[in-house]
Design a protein around this ligand. Sequence first.
Ligand code: MSP
Length: 511
Amino acid sequence: MEMKQFYITTAIDYANGAPHLGHAYEKVLTDVVARYRRMMGDRVHFLTGLDEHGQKIQQTADRAGRSAQELVDDVAPQFKNLCKRLEISNDDFIRTTEERHKAVVSRILQDLYDKGEIYQDTYEGYYSVRQEQFVTEKEQVNGEWPELFGEVIEISETNYFFKLSKYQDWLIEYLEANPEFIFPRFRQKQVVEFLKNPINDLCITRPVERLSWGIPMPFDPGYVTYVWFDALINYISAVGFGEDSFNQTWPADYHVIGKDILVPSHSVYWPIMLKASGIELPKHLLVHGFWMQSGAKMSKSTGEAVDPLDMIDQFGADAFRYFVTREMNVGQDSEFSVQLFLSRYTSDLGNDLGNLVSRLLNMGSRYCGGLIPEATLHEDPEAELKAHWESTVKEVLELYEGFQFHTGLDKTFGFIRGINRYAEIRAPWKLAKSEEPADRETLKTSLATMAEGLRLAVILLKPVMPGISDKILGLLDEKPADRWNPSTLVWDDRLQGNTLGEKVILFPRPN
Ligand code: MSP
């Protein structure tokens, strides 16, 4: 038997419009975890995709005077292209209109129906068109429907219902027994709070007269499946539910989602759908916060609107990935602004990392014939930098393991600044003016030490900035870092004699 894969997913995005910052961020976050796990030696399976059924899609298509299928076929390449532009290393991309998905949804529904977990009933009451869900007067605030619900209409409708309520006690116990099911932990508390009130059974159909854009109920062609019931199943339909290979991938290690879709869909519907179907639960949900954009619609100077995704084309995937990962404390919300982006870009990437690379390449070519020299001295400045590296790598790996990527990057850049400080102390550009043999030794040592520090730092940056990491390693005449086996992260003299690359500007100044 092959080792089970580390299986990680993103939410599947609604295919009713162009991708935005929230979509991009979630893919980057998931990709950073996926790449980190691969570097730690796991076999990773990374799934992302699109949610293509339901009323939202139908309404957008209607407004545009086209069919829902045309709409989603137009949107899908935009999302696939976003993954490419962002260097997302997903292994699969699922669309819920695909046959492989529809077949599994039908199968799960039929099975639950046969087991008596689904029943028919008539519902009379209120329905929120925007949220595509039935709502009750309890949800009114001061006698008004919350803005969030949009238009609320009264309907009487016969539908099929899934027996959620039957599993409420089981779910409460499950969460008690698995306090690490949801990361960060405070999010799990929100679910537990939610479950303190009785939950209703879930209406999982829409009559075709009202909505036809969905997966038909296998046992009643008069209905299509409610979009959430359909969408959640993507996590198992994409990895061959019902086939022998399914257990190589399922259960998912992490479903990465935003905070808005934790309760009730991912924390109540999904676990209960799986439990009722006799399928194992995912191991964890990783819940991120939201990007706020109060100032983002303003531009740098002219006042025209700026789409955060434009930053990808202007500054490159690595810079974008760095910014969102450095800025967002996973779980909290964060503010996107062009100013903040530019300041990270110029100070961290340009001044700290970019300048280190230019200095090294420059001096290497001027003073050492473009070869990385030998470090013959081990004095205080070298020992301090090496000790700084040793504490950095230990801390950063722990932080990455706990999804604290923003702090991990902070520490890594702290080390990069440490290399620059080391360069200031040794000042090889001054030593180069001296004829003394001792100064020559110090000069060679300082360039070798800077190069080694840089090599190690960019290996740590690889999950976040895969392109830049490989590029800088290439400039040091090293192969890309694909695995973090212990020896790659140890300070050594492997670079000695390597040929430095041509001078490049990695992070050009914005114009
Ligand atoms: N289609 C559903 C998910 C079904 S998963 C079985 C959906 N789609 S969505 O397009 O609205 O959102 C997709 C993901 O993007 C969600 O995880 C959501 O939290 C995330 N984001 C949407 N806006 C966001 C921000 N402004 N910031 C960060 N992430 C946000 O919900």
